[in-house]
Design a protein around this ligand. Structure first.
Ligand SMILES: [Fe+2]
Length: 281
């Protein structure tokens, strides 16, 4: 099974000045079963940014393109509806409104907004069969409305756990915008709850974005013996800090003995796009 991983497209003011069509052509030149996109499709969560990101993603030829929402996408009360309209429209895992939650603005007050869906999180699972294997993509929304730090509501995790326990699968893969292991300026505040969730469901592969940096980490709980690998992809197409390259990742034969990971770095020189491919292992 081959997976191509993109992240942090940042349509809007932070979008790069390179040619998106060249980028699409390169992405489409890879043999991929699933394309995963780990959030920050927009810069400010505005409708025109969502529409542009949606048009770009529709240009990807792979039949399974799975996108999640990022903190930049969640900057207004309609973010979750715009995400579903333009980017990806999964079957959302809801929790009852009457439950007390700790996540800020998880529900919007319908008395003062006319937002149709007042539950602002996009949590979902998606089953895809690849080479006779049941792959279960699990997406946890780590973003809080209006904020850059992440927070995951435990009641949501319980609801997602229930769903997972009812779906037969061979290979669970977790997509989440924030790192579970990161210590960046805007981290996931309660990462330990989601690390427990990862161990509970024997998830061995976690995919994230957010920091615009490449980070590939394998972690082991020496007491319980659980391990997982976290693949953090840098930004595909944002204007970056001087030391961060634009990139995407390609996982060839994921979870087999013959697995290879490639980083495809993207450079803009005098308006022209160049790619540099590196095999990590
Ligand atoms: Fe982000």
């Amino acid at each position: 099974m081959n997976i191509l991983h993109i992240s942090d497209l940042h349509f809007g003011p932070r979008h790069w000045e390179g040619n998106d069509k060249v980028l699409l052509k390169k992405i489409n030149s890879f043999d991929t079963d699933i394309v995963i996109n780990t959030g920050d499709n927009t810069t400010d969560g505005l409708e025109d940014e969502y529409a542009k990101a949606g048009r770009f993603l529709k240009g990807i030829k792979c039949k399974n393109v799975i996108s999640i929402i990022g903190n930049h996408d969640k900057r207004n009360m309609r973010s979750h509806e715009l995400f579903r309209k333009y980017i990806y429209n999964p079957e959302i895992i809801y929790i009852p409104e009457m439950e007390k939650t700790n996540k800020q603005h998880l529900f919007l007050n319908r008395d003062i907004t006319r937002v149709k869906d007042n539950f602002t999180d996009i949590n979902f699972t998606k089953s895809i069969i690849v080479n006779n294997k049941q792959v279960l993509i699990i997406s946890i929304d780590s973003n809080e409305l209006y904020r850059d730090e992440g927070y995951v509501e435990k009641k949501v995790l319980n609801a997602v756990s229930k769903r997972i326990n009812h779906i037969e699968h061979d290979l669970p893969l977790l997509l989440i915008h924030h790192s579970l292991l990161g210590t960046d300026e805007c981290p996931l505040k309660n990462s330990s709850s989601i690390i427990d969730f990862v161990h509970e469901h024997k998830i061995e592969n976690v995919f994230c974005g957010h920091t615009h940096e490449l980070e590939l980490m394998r972690t082991t709980d020496l007491y319980n013996g659980n391990s997982f690998t976290q693949f953090m992809c840098g930004s595909l197409s944002s204007i970056n800090h001087a030391n961060d390259d634009n990139m995407f990742l390609y996982y060839k034969n994921l979870c087999s003995n013959d697995m290879h990971l490639y980083v495809i770095r993207i450079f803009l020189e005098e308006g022209k796009v160049h790619f540099k491919e590196e095999m990590v292992f």
